[in-house]
Design a binder for this molecule. Structure first.
Ligand code: NDP
Ligand code: 1BO
Length: 322
């Protein structure tokens, strides 16, 4: 089945249609490492830049701040039904009895009564308080089917509108789709010109699963500085756009929604000005052929224990598919 196509709604919010029939706005605001700025960035994104899609997670430790930002936007007149809020189930909550309490805690922190999308953040169960990297016994057995059944119940109970996954491999996606009664609407994956992740995108498209691209600018700190990549800079200069806009636009033209993070007012606005212009075929292809394909977030610190446990290497984490 083909990936859903980009469509504009009356209020000029571009979105993709999901398997469930719901829509996800094409550009959302990322909130990882937003810290105490998260409240400001969420309200600014919604009220000043026109964002309607906010991506967060329990693990980011900013859900209360995100909730304050959402509340400020709704107090200013934005309706809940016009927002698309994503959060994620952390690895220490990947057991059947912890799914519902984790979701209820997330809703409480966000001050809302349903999520638009709840994702399995990473498909690995960790003991609460696990070390980074994990020590012996920190990585536990993950009952994927049991956890998914609990997530399906959240949809039936109208606590969550769509459910999905993140950081999955083709092997894990095939396993999940083999028993899912409610299909994952979305797979969220690291994707940018430095890590296209073509195989996973194709696998999702075959199943009608929409893909959201995370770390679309290459992330930060130990990430990949795509903002200063010569190819990205050259195309940006030619089009009179910023490198950030070129990267966000590339993601949208691949048929993925995209969630750039910023806590800076100008960059929050800039990252949304990616409609009503296009990357030409040749420019898109140049970006799609940047060499040295490499993940930024390979999961090593989170899941790899070189001496013990199920994941002795990054290749183990990704089922040797890279
Ligand atoms: P991004 O690729 O979005 O890059 C963010 C960095 O780019 C920040 O340093 C930001 O700084 C800077 N930046 C933002 N806009 C611009 C611009 N226009 N020009 C130059 N620099 C810019 O990184 P993330 O890793 O944060 O990914 C985005 C979001 O994806 C996360 O915040 C999170 O919501 C989600 N995510 C999900 C994961 C998962 O496991 N499912 C994993 C990783 C991310 P500044 O704030 O100062 O503007
Ligand atoms: C540790 C969390 C990675 C960003 O989603």
């Amino acid at each position: 089945m083909a990936q859903s196509t980009l469509r504009a709604k009356e209020e000029d919010q571009y979105s993709f249609v999901l398997l469930s029939g719901h829509r996800i706005p094409a550009v959302g605001l990322g909130t990882w490492r937003s810290g105490s700025q998260a409240s400001y960035s969420v309200s600014t994104a919604i009220l000043e830049a026109g964002y309607r899609h906010i991506d967060t997670a329990w693990e980011y430790g900013v859900q209360e701040e995100v909730g304050q930002g959402l509340k400020a936007a709704m107090d200013a007149g934005i309706e809940r039904k016009d927002l698309f809020v994503t959060s994620k189930l952390w690895c220490s909550d990947l057991s059947t009895e912890r799914v519902r309490p984790a979701l209820l805690n997330t809703l409480q922190e966000l001050q809302i009564d349903y999520l638009d999308l709840y994702l399995i953040h990473w498909p690995f169960r960790l003991k609460e308080g696990a070390s980074r990297p994990p020590q012996t016994g920190d990585v536990l057995n993950f009952d994927m089917e049991g956890v998914w059944r609990e997530m399906e119940k959240l949809v039936a109970q109208n606590l969550v509108r769509d459910i999905g996954v993140s950081n999955f491999t083709i092997k894990k996606l095939n396993k999940l789709t083999g028993f899912a009664l409610t299909m994952p609407s979305i797979c969220q994956m690291e994707m940018h010109p430095g890590w296209r992740n073509d195989k996973m995108l194709e696998a999702c498209q075959k199943n009608g699963i929409h893909v959201t691209a995370y770390s679309p600018l290459g992330s930060q700190d130990n990430g990949r500085d795509l903002i200063h990549d010569p190819m990205v800079e050259k195309i940006a200069k030619k089009l009179n756009k910023s490198p950030g806009q070129v990267l966000v636009r590339w993601a949208i033209q691949r048929g993925t929604s995209v969630i750039p993070k910023s806590t800076n007012t100008d960059r929050i606005k800039e990252n949304m000005h990616v409609f009503n212009w296009v990357l030409s075929g040749p420019d898109f292809n140049v970006l799609s052929n940047i060499p040295d394909q490499k993940r930024v977030l390979d999961g090593e610190d989170l899941f790899v224990n070189k001496n013990d446990g199920p994941f002795r290497s990054v290749a183990d984490v990704w089922d040797h598919e890279d």
